[in-house]
Ligand binder design. Structure first.
Ligand code: SF4
Ligand code: ZN
Length: 311
């Protein structure tokens, strides 16, 4: 027997009075499954349109690790772009070679693209750099994320070029972005704090877009569970070494005590960027003397890394 809304135990949805499954702390709204899904998709649609992330004739390559954020990103874009015949969606998966972790996420990525019927390109550190991340990190696991980041950035660019993409979409969420703001402030790295990789007009880089950048990680997890796409996957074994892990834990505590903290950090970044407009000369783009890739110095990060690793 269905009880009238006022007789049911527990909170009800602020939009329809059905039983709520999610509490959005920063707005004070309770949401049922249907309205949470609607809210997540509305959030992504607004992020994309307000920043003009996707244009007619774009071929958008989604960096699909198979983890929760990139899975949600592909599912949402696939749904939002279903009626757009002028935009194509492809997926790129990078296999860094992390034993005990990547095998499961790659399997999850392959299942998803075959279910959605999306073109999929896989590229591995072994083919590109002659070895796995595990082998490069012998005796230096604490540098995992910085080394992995440089190699993965290159692998994604190669993958996106192979796929003929005009945009590269990554699954960074609000938690990731707020952590990056905090880490760049802690490092005193102003140029990186205000850098915008999505609006480069030099034509030398495939613009990167982050459609989930205003979406809390918890909302993404709830979206996946409600869409029946939740997979319990292992965490990267190297994540324990990252400064990001500490930033994550500090920010999660602050967000819990002061809902909206992460959104406020993003607003601060935008205000700092606006205040800096025209005051910080942009570094001229040069070309790496070893590989010719665009970079700001004499050697690109990858070629500098090549000198210290056996690549
Ligand atoms: Fe790479 Fe670090 Fe992410 Fe692991 S946690 S996949 S090492 S960036
Ligand atoms: Zn180089």
């Amino acid at each position: 027997m269905a009880f009238p809304a006022h007789q049911r135990a527990g909170p009800v949805c602020s939009a329809c009075a059905e039983p709520a499954v999610f509490f959005q702390r920063h707005t004070g709204l309770h949401l049922c499954g249907l309205h949470l899904i609607e809210e997540v998709e509305r959030n992504v649609r607004t992020t994309i349109s307000s920043r003009q992330m996707i244009c007619p004739d774009d071929r958008v390559a989604v960096a699909l690790s198979g983890g929760k954020d990139s899975t949600a990103l592909l599912l949402i874009l696939n749904r939002l772009l279903a009626s757009r015949t002028d935009v194509q969606l492809v997926a790129i998966t990078v296999d860094e070679g992390i034993h005990g972790y990547r095998e499961d996420t790659i399997r999850s990525a392959e299942d998803l693209v075959s279910r959605l019927g999306i073109e999929h390109h896989c590229i591995s550190f072994s083919e590109l750099f002659g070895g796995t991340l595990d082998t490069f990190l012998k005796n230096r696991p604490e540098q995992a994320c910085s080394i992995c980041g440089i190699l993965r950035r290159k692998a994604l660019i190669v993958g996106a070029e192979l796929a003929g993409a005009t945009k590269l979409a990554t699954g960074h969420n609000l938690d990731d972005e707020a952590q990056s703001v905090m880490m760049n402030v802690l490092r005193g790295d102003l140029p990186r704090l205000i850098r915008d990789t999505g609006t480069d007009s030099s034509g030398l880089f495939i613009p990167r877009i982050k459609p989930l950048s205003y979406m809390y990680e918890k909302e993404i997890a709830a979206y996946l569970m409600l869409s029946g796409a939740w997979n319990d996957l292992p965490e990267c074994p190297y994540a324990v070494h990252a400064l990001r892990r500490e930033a994550r834990s500090i920010l999660a505590t602050l967000e819990y005590r002061y809902p909206g903290t992460m959104l406020n950090l993003m607003k601060s970044k935008i205000k700092i960027k606006e205040a800096c407009l025209g005051k910080i000369p942009s570094e001229p783009i040069r070309h790496c003397r070893e590989c010719g890739d665009p970079c700001s110095g004499d050697l690109c990060q990858l070629c500098r890394l090549r000198q210290t690793l056996t690549l």
